[in-house]
Design a protein around this ligand. Structure first.
Ligand SMILES: Cc1cc2nc3c(=O)[nH]c(=O)nc-3n(C[C@H](O)[C@H](O)[C@H](O)COP(=O)(O)O)c2cc1C
Length: 173
């Protein structure tokens, strides 16, 4: 099993998938990791829908019409329940997006841990998706996460240098 830093380095945005199906046990493992994610005041304001094929998959493919997206054997639709998320009293900030981001990052890291590729997708046509996908009452689609065995090699990680994002000198002194 990879160490955490290796896992972080292993995960990448996979934009082409092999035809090979994803085992149900792996999906179960991934969603169990999602279930364990923290959330503000432990509200867990989320729901997830696993879509493989059929009419729901067509809706996803229309809302994010990319050839590579069609190659993914599974897409996880990540939904937020803003109404049940914690709202910070001092300024009214709703924390649903933060909670969902944590849960979804658990999802993609767990997928990498299982040898699967994934990609965060937020650039879908949200109004079209909201009109056409049977989103349960009160929920909002935050991200669509394709999953499958990678059919492309990882891309080089382009990241800011550590010194650009944090001053470690107080910690090291
Ligand atoms: C919140 C969020 C939304 C994203 N939306 C998309 C998207 O709609 N389509 C896409 O191809 N990649 C999307 N990405 C992937 C980023 O482009 C990618 O994570 C970034 O370029 C770093 O590359 P890496 O994931 O391979 O390390 C998204 C990533 C995040 C975190």
């Amino acid at each position: 099993m990879p160490k955490f830093k290796e896992l972080c380095a292993m995960r990448y945005s996979c934009r082409n998938y092999a035809e090979q199906a994803v085992e149900d046990e792996k999906l179960q493992y991934i969603m169990e990791c999602v279930r364990l994610a923290p959330s503000a005041v432990n509200r867990q304001p989320w729901q997830f829908m696993i879509v493989k094929d059929g009419p729901l998959r067509d809706i996803i493919n229309n809302a994010y019409a990319r050839e590579w997206m069609r190659t993914a054997p599974v897409v996880v639709v990540c939904l937020a329940d803003r109404g049940s998320a914690w709202v910070r009293p001092s300024d009214g900030k709703n924390h649903a997006d933060i909670d969902l981001a944590i849960a979804i990052e658990h999802l993609v890291l767990a997928a990498a841990d299982q040898g699967l590729g994934s990609c965060w997708v937020c650039n879908f046509d949200a109004p079209l998706f909201a009109r056409t996908f049977p989103i349960p009452e009160g929920l909002e689609a935050i991200a669509l996460i394709p999953l499958g065995y990678p059919d492309v090699l990882p891309t080089e990680k382009k990241r800011k240098a550590l010194e650009e994002i944090v001053d470690l000198s107080p910690a090291l002194s």
